[in-house]
Design a binder for this molecule. Structure first.
Ligand SMILES: *Cc1c(COP(=O)(O)O)cnc(C)c1O
Length: 415
């Protein structure tokens, strides 16, 4: 099966570039994949999609790979969209849904983008992959590179969470710890592309990770019966998740496959420790400025300079939503509270969304009766640094003092 891709365009100035050959960026800015939507509409419809297995490949007519057989896949199943009444009540909304991306291979939504990008890289003849990462991208690329049989180098800041550091290595990637920030890692990967000839898989430095992440939006529409929620809260670092969803809704709308004309308001959520997009939104800038001392326990949000900044800001503004920063000092507590209230593996990045939602409801920006979807982009188990590990010690040889139960907290009882 040939793909329905017609060409690529520069997101900055619409310059047209050919597909089916290795492409990176145009004048430093991202490329987007364009499809022949008339041909897509003539060969499939949304009901036919629903008869296929629930994986991201269900939507293959809106994906760039030529044939399903040579896809590099680890089983990217649909992720559940779960009602969260207790957490919703806590935040002040009556219809809170969480789309739990932590179930994907390597425990984050990064799997969607890497499955697509590695599939395309291998199909186009790329022989060696590399990526800078401060979190989940390294593990995801390492796993898909292993699956594809391609060598892989991962560069990460030395303060990257320990699970992210070791997972890339266990999948066989060569991993490097840099005494700097993600930007320093990005520079090394860029220089290596020239010196060694590996392919740079950085966020938005090639066009296909975005197409994989687009399946979040296609899948959400599919799960909600082709009606989108009023608002989507999304933790935003490099922005591919939000941009992918925006592109999904755009393509579905062009195909006439959405049942309501209203599009969701996007809330791009960041941390006060690294808020370039939220800052640029507040100041009405087209491009973001790099914050001075970027730090946050939500490692996926530690992206001080995003190449797609203008695209994120544009998508957020067009949607009628906002880019907002949550208080860094409250992320750990909100992570724990959300996990405890619903039994979901909520990551600190998602905690930024939950804090932002609470603020928006308080300020009247979100109506308590609107359906709201929050994306849980990763599994909390990967953030051992922020997880409680203070279980009281018990000596088996000594009689247990049952009075200790009174003094130790069991939060479920106090609810
Ligand atoms: C990478 C990452 C993000 C940020 O995603 P973008 O699509 O690049 O904005 C959010 N959450 C988690 C868990 C991540 O790993």
């Amino acid at each position: 099966m040939a793909s329905f891709v017609t060409h690529l365009v520069s997101a900055l100035d619409d310059t047209r570039l050919p597909a089916r050959t290795v492409q990176t960026v145009h004048e430093g800015r991202p490329l987007l994949v364009r499809y022949d939507l008339d041909r897509v509409a003539a060969s499939v419809d949304r009901d036919a999609w629903r008869r296929r297995p629930p994986t991201m490949w269900r939507y293959r007519e809106l994906l760039p790979h030529e044939s399903e057989d040579d896809a590099v896949t680890l089983g990217e199943t649909h992720t559940p969209l779960l009602r969260c009444p207790r957490l919703g009540a806590r935040l002040g909304v009556n219809h809170l849904l969480i789309k739990d991306e932590s179930r994907l291979p390597t425990g984050s939504f990064k799997a969607r983008g890497m499955a697509m990008a590695v599939t395309m890289a291998r199909a186009l003849g790329v022989r060696h992959l590399a990526v800078p990462t401060a979190g989940n991208a390294g593990g995801a690329l390492a796993a898909y590179a292993a699956r594809a049989g391609l060598p892989c180098d991962v560069f990460m800041p030395e303060d990257t969470p320990v699970v992210n550091r070791v997972e890339a290595a266990i999948y066989g990637a060569r991993t490097w710890c840099v005494d700097g920030l993600i930007g320093d890692c990005g520079r090394l990967v860029r220089e290596g592309a020239a010196a060694i000839g590996w392919f740079d898989m950085s966020t938005l430095k090639e066009p296909y990770r975005l197409e994989g992440k687009k399946t979040m939006g296609l899948e959400l529409a599919d799960q909600m019966g082709w009606r989108l929620p009023a608002a989507i809260f999304y933790p935003t670092g490099g922005g591919t998740g939000l941009l992918g969803m925006d592109k999904a809704f755009e393509e579905l709308a062009s195909l006439g496959w959405l049942d309501a004309s209203t599009r969701p308001r996007f809330y791009a959520c960041q941390s006060s420790g690294c808020p370039p997009i939220a800052d640029a939104f507040a100041r009405d800038l087209r491009f973001a400025e790099t914050p001075p001392d970027p730090h946050t326990i939500a490692s996926g949000l530690r992206v001080p300079a995003a190449v797609g900044d203008f695209m994120i800001l544009d998508a957020v503004r067009r949607s009628g939503g906002r880019a907002v920063a949550a208080d860094e000092h409250r992320l750990a507590a909100m992570t724990a509270e959300a996990c405890r209230l619903e039994g979901l593996a909520i990551c600190p990045e998602t905690a930024a969304c939950l804090l932002a939602l609470e603020t928006e409801v308080g300020a009247g920006g979100v109506d308590p009766d609107e359906p709201v979807v929050v994306f849980n982009t990763g599994a909390v188990q990967k953030y051992v640094e922020v997880m409680p590990d203070d279980a009281p010690r018990v000596k088996r040889a000594e009689p247990f003092e049952w009075s200790r139960l009174q003094s130790s907290s069991l939060s479920r009882l106090s609810r």
